[in-house]
Design a protein around this ligand. Structure first.
Ligand SMILES: [Mg+2]
Length: 285
């Protein structure tokens, strides 16, 4: 089955200097049985078409359960032509933000998936309950193993002047079996209640994250209007696209539905809405 793509949309996509794709609900759907990914129709072809044209792209998931290279390997396994450095998580952009701020010591409320990109960037990652002096920031991510001692340690750091940062601050995310709690949202709420500090979001939808993605593709800031962000979550990809001045393509293959888009605030509304990526590669080749 092929889908209609308006001429205006095709023109816009052909002129794009770079793409940022969401992963779940946009390029793939999670396979609950295997823990792997099922590519959505047209997704593998679309990335291949961009590759053949030499158009840079990033796949940016807001999950921090695994390090970026592990997600990239999972996507290659189901057919995507994707290099490790083309995969991003919030910790990829967080690492760059910490470096820019001159922050070198961070307490990580999360496991290896959250901490690994920070460590790779040369940042000292302090474990959730480790005793440490001089922690400059607390960073929260996917952390189902959260414990009361971790809460106490993070509060001490924050009371001592550390900044509060987070991978993601959305309450729920979609899974094959329904909605699941975003662990960092719940942890951030506890930390705010205890310290009064509001977590700064370093993953999607922050413009910081958008800029790190652009920079990693070798694109200047002024290219933002020629960037295309493709995703299924109004609060993440569409909000990021709108606030960064990029072009947002919404997908109805995940959270967004055609019937709900009209009710969205302008800050979260897609510029174009697609029901499938199938056939789009042929339009862009
Ligand atoms: Mg998604």
């Amino acid at each position: 089955m092929s889908h209609a793509f308006s001429n205006a949309l095709v023109k816009r996509l052909r002129a794009a200097q770079g793409f940022i794709f969401d992963m779940d609900g946009t390029l793939v759907l999670g396979d609950a049985a295997s823990g792997g990914h099922n590519p959505l129709p047209g997704a593998v072809d679309l990335l291949a078409a961009l590759r053949s044209r030499g158009v840079p792209f990033r796949v940016f998931t807001n999950g921090t359960a695994k390090p970026p290279a592990t997600y990239a390997a999972g996507l290659r396994k189901v057919g995507f032509d994707l290099r490790d450095e083309e995969m991003m998580t919030p910790s990829t952009s967080a690492a760059q933000w910490f470096l820019k701020q001159g922050i070198g010591k961070v307490r990580v409320l999360g496991l290896d998936g959250v901490a690994q990109p920070l460590v790779a960037a040369g940042i000292e990652a302090v474990g959730p309950t480790a005793e440490a002096e001089g922690v400059e920031a607390v960073y929260t991510g996917w952390f189902k193993e959260f414990t009361f001692p971790a809460l106490e340690a993070a509060c001490q750091d924050l009371w001592n002047g550390a900044r509060l940062t987070t991978a993601s601050n959305v309450p729920f995310f979609a899974t094959a079996t329904g909605r699941a709690i975003g662990s960092s949202f719940a942890i951030n709420a506890m930390l705010k209640a205890m310290t009064g500090k509001q977590a700064r979001v370093l993953g999607k939808p922050s413009v910081d994250a958008f800029r790190v993605a652009m920079q990693s593709m070798g694109l200047p800031r002024m290219a933002a209007p020629k960037m295309v962000v493709v995703g299924d979550d109004p609060a993440l990809e569409m909000r990021m696209a709108v606030s960064a001045g990029a072009y947002g393509v919404g997908m109805t293959t995940g959270l967004m539905k055609r019937s709900t888009v009209r009710g969205l605030a302008a800050a979260e509304r897609p510029h174009a809405l697609l029901e499938s990526l199938e056939g789009l590669a042929d339009k862009l080749r």
